[in-house]
Design a binder for this molecule. Structure first.
Ligand SMILES: O=C(O)C[C@H](O)C(=O)O
Length: 280
């Protein structure tokens, strides 16, 4: 049994909240740079170059990547041989979010009640997902989820007869209907199978997979490639001005499901796919 003080979790969350809002991952930056070089449409190319310039400005540490600094989504993988000490883990995560958003001068975007809309003032509470895993470490993944793109996400309970084609049509249609709203080029996370709620969670987790990591299952790796081509063929383009770059990456997660069902969830992210990881 190993002890981990939850204060370490709070510190890590605070650091990741600031870091992820100012620095994009290398996989995202490389994908944008490659697309900017290859994009044949002049307006699309110039928008991608502006996005690259914006990334450079954010890296100077004065302005975050986007005014929508996101709802803090925190994924905790807790080893079953870990003893968490020093307080309640949920309070520690929220303390980290509170500090990170305050010290990073990040916009607070959370309302306490979905209908009465009073801002909590410190971007808490975070959306926290816990998973118990083997071992004696705690892995924390922080994602700042913007809502222009979250709002364009969809879930559908398809009949099993829809098959792979039906699933792909739903994913592509979701991206087509999203149009310019999620600030393309988008990142597409897909969850197939499980239950209604599991599919949505997998779609969000799929957004955290590095762009350059191919799906370990060849069937789904091929589906990801086909989907990326089909979404880019929509011609929506960067920020909706047309072009061949509507999406940067499509990642799929799957889970066993019921014989009578085929849940599919599509979680869309804008091009600032912001997340960071720490292992304690
Ligand atoms: O919340 C915002 O700042 C805007 C939102 O992310 C949007 O894309 O419309």
């Amino acid at each position: 049994m190993r002890s981990v003080d939850v204060k370490e979790i709070a510190d890590a969350v605070a650091e990741m909240a600031r870091e992820s809002n100012y620095f994009l991952g290398e996989d995202v930056k490389c994908a944008i740079q490659k697309r900017a070089q290859e994009e044949p449409w002049p307006v699309a190319k110039s928008v991608l170059e502006k996005i690259e310039e914006n990334i450079g400005i954010a890296e100077e540490g004065v302005f975050p990547l986007c005014q929508d600094t996101g709802l803090a989504c925190v994924f905790l993988e807790i080893g079953q041989d870990v003893h968490l000490t020093g307080g309640f883990v949920e309070d520690a995560v929220n303390e980290g979010v509170r500090r990170g958003y305050r010290d990073g001068y990040l916009r607070r975007s959370v309302v306490r009640d979905p209908l009465r809309r009073i801002n909590t003032g410190d971007n808490t509470p975070a959306h926290i997902h816990y998973e118990i895993v083997p071992g004696e470490q705690v892995k924390i993944t922080f994602a700042a989820k913007g809502f222009g793109s979250e709002n364009m996400s969809r879930i559908k309970m398809l009949p099993p007869s829809a098959g792979a084609e039906g699933v792909m049509d739903f994913i592509v249609k979701t991206c087509e209907e999203a149009g310019a709203n999620p600030c393309p080029p988008i990142v597409v996370g897909v969850g197939i199978g499980g239950t209604f709620d599991k599919a949505a969670l997998m779609a969000k987790e799929a957004l955290l997979i590095p762009f350059d990591r191919p799906n370990p299952d060849a069937f789904y790796a091929e589906m990801e490639e086909k989907l990326l081509r089909r979404i880019n063929d929509l011609g929506i383009g960067p920020q909706g001005f047309g072009g061949e770059t509507t999406a940067l990456s499509v990642k799929i997660k799957t889970a066993p499901t019921h014989i009578a069902g085929l849940p599919v969830a599509v979680n869309i992210n804008c091009h600032v796919s912001r997340h960071a990881e720490r292992t304690l």
